[in-house]
Design a protein. Structure first.
Length: 474
């Protein structure tokens, strides 16, 4: 992890969008998006979800905003020189343009001097006009088009130094603290199991990227400059923030790898057969496989199929009789569908179902569900196109809400007969006919392990009296 990524992720969550964060930070949108991907992979937690083109922070992201804001403040403090300090990073071997740079001997740095340094200098006038240790020179190390962030000088608030947020790794900062506390490169290299030349280069690169000298080298060892002493508590605070942000990532990754994910269509209510099957599966799975957690989620049939394709789910329970041929599966139950409504509505219209449908609003799930498809077939078979155009349809992807609309607000709906009959104060129902059924199928990926797990789940879901394919309740 690096400090630029932490700052960009904070900007994404604060601005609620990749492009807005890119505009605010002056970075390319691709770089901002890549920072979010890196951070989510590092902590093993999704931070955003997409809703109508916008990025909405997840609850996990909201719980981490305080730490990300603290990290941003620490990063800004780290990039700001210590008060009453005029030291600058070590110069390259070429004659400096200013005599304000500390003249300690050093080897040519990455991007300074030598053929590579000269090539960088010819790429643009900024490096050619000033040494790479200057803010203008350092900004050339960023991708083209990136904005330079500004910080006021502590001694003179009117003086503004232009400075980007460089991609300094937290590992480099941690090793700086180790060097500072051990007082020598040799001692720190033993602690970090890093070669001395590599550690020396890393400290030189760190000083160059920060824009000020942290360490003073001498034959007797290493001491810290004012900036170095000021940086130690800031770095330690930043490292502690990162430990909090990533503390559970290892355990979460191992748990996610062992977790089986089961997706299901939404139950009608706690009394429904789907709810009973899911509860039985959860309880029996925990007893049989305590070291393999089971995650159960409910959504629409379309979302379940998409989740099975992208491996978000391992096994899904669909309200469809058929499913894509790329999966294996089994039909496990069928139940009759009925038109449900308040008893007074049926009393008013009698057997005139067409008049009943046209006179009252109808609550249905979205087209992503199998139940909606059955409702649409019934309406098309009952009404003409002109009559259908006059219908009042309300889409609600929540069966309990639909049931409440039916029982208390004068709506009609198409519901599984057996499940609707189990609720307290059930609505009046008129069975649609033998061709209208809610079918439940279990589907899984085409591989031996998924098949074995799906069969185990099926055995836990179905009781003895409903095992096998049956015209059972939903």
């Amino acid at each position: 992890m690096d400090i630029a990524t932490l700052a960009l992720v904070h900007a994404i969550l604060a601005e609620r969008g990749i492009r807005r964060a890119a505009k605010a930070s002056g970075r390319p949108a691709a770089s901002v998006s890549a920072a979010l991907t890196r951070f989510e992979a590092a902590i093993a937690v999704p931070l955003v979800r997409r809703e109508r083109g916008n990025l909405v922070p997840t609850l996990e992201a909201q719980s981490r905003m305080a730490d990300l804001a603290a990290a941003k403040e620490a990063i800004q403090s780290l990039l700001r020189p210590a008060p009453n300090s005029g030291s600058q990073p070590e110069p390259r071997p070429e004659p400096p343009r200013s005599n304000n740079f500390q003249s300690a001997p050093s080897s040519p740095q990455r991007g300074e001097g030598g053929p590579q340094g000269r090539m960088r200098g010819t790429a643009g006038s900024e490096i050619a006009e000033s040494p790479p240790s200057s803010p203008r020179g350092r900004s050339a190390l960023l991708p083209a088009g990136e904005k330079r962030e500004t910080f006021a000088n502590a001694d003179n608030p009117c003086s503004i130094s232009v400075r980007p947020i460089p991609s300094i790794s937290l590992t480099a900062l941690e090793r700086f603290v180790s060097v500072a506390r051990s007082g020598s490169i040799r001692g720190a290299s033993k602690v970090s199991a890093t070669g001395q030349p590599q550690l020396t280069r890393q400290m030189n690169d760190l000083e160059r990227d920060l824009g000020h000298t942290l360490l003073i080298r001498s034959p007797s060892g290493i001491t810290c400059t004012a900036e170095g002493l000021a940086a130690i508590p800031i770095v330690e605070n930043l490292l502690e923030i990162w430990r909090r942000l990533s503390r559970a990532s290892g355990d979460r990754f191992r748990r996610a790898a062992a977790t089986w994910r089961f997706g299901s269509v939404m139950p009608l209510g706690p009394e429904s057969e789907i709810a009973r099957m899911l509860a039985a599966l959860t309880a029996k799975w925990h007893r049989a496989r305590p070291r393999q957690p089971l995650f159960v989620s409910s959504t629409t049939a379309d979302e379940l199929i998409a989740g099975l394709k992208n491996r978000r789910f391992d096994v899904v329970l669909l309200d469809l009789e058929t499913f894509p041929s790329e999966f294996e599966g089994r039909l496990i139950s069928r139940t009759p569908l009925s038109l449900a409504g308040h008893p007074s509505l049926f009393a008013k219209h009698g057997d005139d179902i067409a008049a009943l449908l046209q006179a009252n609003p109808i609550a249905v799930p979205s087209l992503k569900s199998g139940l909606r498809q059955q409702a649409a077939h019934f309406i098309e078979a009952t009404l003409t196109e002109q009559e259908r155009n006059r219908l009042t349809l309300t889409e609600v992807d929540s069966i309990p809400v639909i049931l409440n609309l039916v029982m208390d607000h004068g709506y009609l709906s198409v519901l599984p007969e057996s499940s609707a009959a189990r609720v307290r104060n059930p609505p009046a129902m008129r069975r649609l006919g033998p061709g209208y059924l809610q079918s439940l199928s279990l589907a899984w990926q085409k591989n031996a392990l998924s098949r074995q797990v799906a069969e185990a789940m099926l055995g836990m879901m179905l009781t003895d009296e409903t095992s096998g394919t049956a015209d059972a309740p939903d």
